[in-house]
Design a binder for this molecule. Structure first.
Ligand code: NG6
Ligand code: CA
Length: 511
């Protein structure tokens, strides 16, 4: 671990930061596009070693930019990673930051500073397009037939076009700014967690009619031949087809980029690929040997290609920083029988790492992470540790915005590393969590990785079956340099290091 800088150095550093912020003449204001994939693992794309499929567009991004081998998201589930990406704060510090249910109220309170509000202040037009999964509405939850606020527009986004939660949760409608578009008032939308009537068809009562069967959970209301988590009725005119989601995100994003091509813009392109239910557009179905999970990766790659094409067409590639990342590691069977396990062959979704979604093993959070800014970023591969949580402080530094007091607590300015500058350093430590604040964490510090297990830990039961539900000691220590797959707990041999890391983790959690 790095020693703390001596006091005189700290003083110099404090003086240097505010002076830098005054120098607005040097501020760089490239457009920023953050492309976040859903449940995409380290080994799921060809530039990270996948050989069972090809992802030419993501590969191109990596050839023209920096591909990080130590790029992370901050949690191994969606809601906490997205919370941290936007707020620059570890999700375990916030309330209700675990996986959000269909009727969750807005998790990030209006007025909270976010990466979007920061860029808005810097003169950017900001949009989130795609999966939200951070709740909508006040304490009573979303008013599906009325104004859906607060939401993204109350925390720094000028516009949004959303899938409200994840698509295995009801309802299958879009949200544009504050409303569900195409909603017929004569057919109001109702969303709840109890069966609305005895004859309401569900994945249990009408299982034989499903076009994709469920394997666990996901057996409530049926829409488009797929049963979901939660119940809903009405809103038929507003409902979408699962197969059309990716096209819609691209259509809306291209529209947004075209409209804002002359001013700096921030686009959070929040793909639903490759989350369940994996139901890619018909033109991608059967394109890989991996079943719909692989086909959804191809669909994601197509989206990336369309965004890049748009930047090229509008001559924006040299003025746009693109960040490609994932919200958590991979999972094969996440509740539907889509062949992901049966067709996996030699494909290793988490690459050489153990675990995946829901786990604090490296596979849960070490994920594809690429930055590209044509003409500005020197292409290469970086081993520096960077995390989606760092985008807030890093983009603040890039655009020379002062950090709001008491915000972005856990976000580090690693902009030089993100831009692939020579000698630039990433983080020296990172806390990883699985879902909510359940006491389970990973702490990566240099080559060491400490696991701490809380009482209610859910192990990844589907990526690595051998890791499932085994009894684990409350603390484990791994040497990632010698054992990247975290197979050998060396805590017995390194008691002193383990105790330092336990203390460091404790200090961060209770800070
Ligand atoms: C789990 C769901 C899983 C997925 C996950 C959220 C069950 C049995 N499992 O509760 O299918 O929806 O939540 O995924 O319902 S995430 O990527 O949005 O965090
Ligand atoms: Ca996810």
């Amino acid at each position: 671990m790095k020693p703390l800088p001596s006091p005189p150095f700290v003083i110099l550093l404090l003086l240097a930061v505010p002076l830098g912020f005054l120098d607005t003449a040097t501020a760089e204001k490239p457009n920023v596009i953050v492309i976040m994939a859903d449940d995409l693992g380290y080994g799921d794309v060809s530039c990270y070693g996948a050989t069972s499929l090809k992802t030419p567009n993501i590969d191109r991004l990596s050839e023209e930019g920096v591909r990080f081998t130590n790029g992370y998201c901050s949690a191994s589930t969606c809601t906490p990673t997205r919370y941290s990406l936007l707020t620059g704060t570890y999700a375990f510090r916030g309330e209700r930051t675990g996986i959000a249910p269909p009727n969750a109220p807005a998790i990030i309170k209006p007025g909270t500073d976010t990466v979007a509000s920061l860029l808005q202040r810097a003169g950017y037009t900001t949009a989130v397009i795609g999966k939200w999964h951070l709740g909508l509405g006040g304490e009573d939850g979303p008013d599906w037939n009325g104004d859906l606020k607060p939401g993204p527009l109350e925390i720094g986004f000028d516009t949004c076009f959303l899938l409200p939660t994840t698509n295995d949760r009801v309802p299958q409608v879009y949200v544009h700014d504050h409303r569900v578009p195409n909603l017929d008032p004569a057919d109001p939308l109702w969303v709840g967690n109890k069966k609305p009537s005895p004859d309401h068809p569900t994945g249990l009562t009408h299982r034989e009619t499903l076009k994709m069967d469920w394997s666990h959970g996901h057996n409530s209301t049926i829409h488009n031949g797929i049963s979901r988590i939660g119940f809903y009725t009405g809103g038929h005119a507003a409902r979408f087809r699962d197969e059309d989601l990716a096209d819609k995100w691209v259509e809306k994003s291209v529209e947004f980029i075209e409209q804002n091509q002359n001013e700096p813009f921030f686009l959070f392109f929040s793909s639903h690929d490759i989350h369940v239910p994996r139901m890619p557009h018909e033109r991608f179905q059967g394109k890989t040997s991996l079943g719909f999970r692989g086909d959804a990766i191809i669909e994601l790659d197509w989206c990336v290609g369309e965004l890049m094409k748009t930047l090229d067409r509008l001559n924006l590639a040299e003025n746009t920083l693109v960040v490609f990342c994932s919200d958590n590691g991979p999972v094969l069977d996440d509740g539907y029988k889509d062949g992901a396990i049966e067709k996996i062959g030699d494909h290793r979704a988490a690459g050489q790492y153990s675990g995946g979604k829901y786990s604090v093993y490296e596979g849960g959070t070490r994920t594809p992470f690429i930055t590209r800014w044509k003409g500005r970023i020197k292409p290469g591969v970086s081993d520096e540790v960077v995390c989606t949580i760092d985008l807030a402080a890093s983009l603040a530094a890039l655009t020379e915005q002062s950090l709001p007091k008491d915000f972005f607590l856990d976000s580090f300015n690693v902009i030089d590393a993100l831009l692939g500058e020579d000698q630039a350093k990433g983080r020296d430590h990172l806390v990883q969590q699985d879902n909510g604040a359940n006491g389970t964490y990973g702490l990566r510090a240099g080559k060491w990785k400490l696991h701490r297990y809380g009482k209610k830990t859910a192990r990844n039961v589907v990526v690595e079956t051998e890791l499932a539900n085994t009894q684990v000691p409350p603390f484990q220590l791994f040497n990632l340099e010698e054992d990247p797959a975290e197979t050998t707990n060396v805590i017995g041999d390194h008691a002193e290091i383990a105790s330092e890391l336990k203390q460091q983790l404790d200090d961060i959690i209770t800070q």
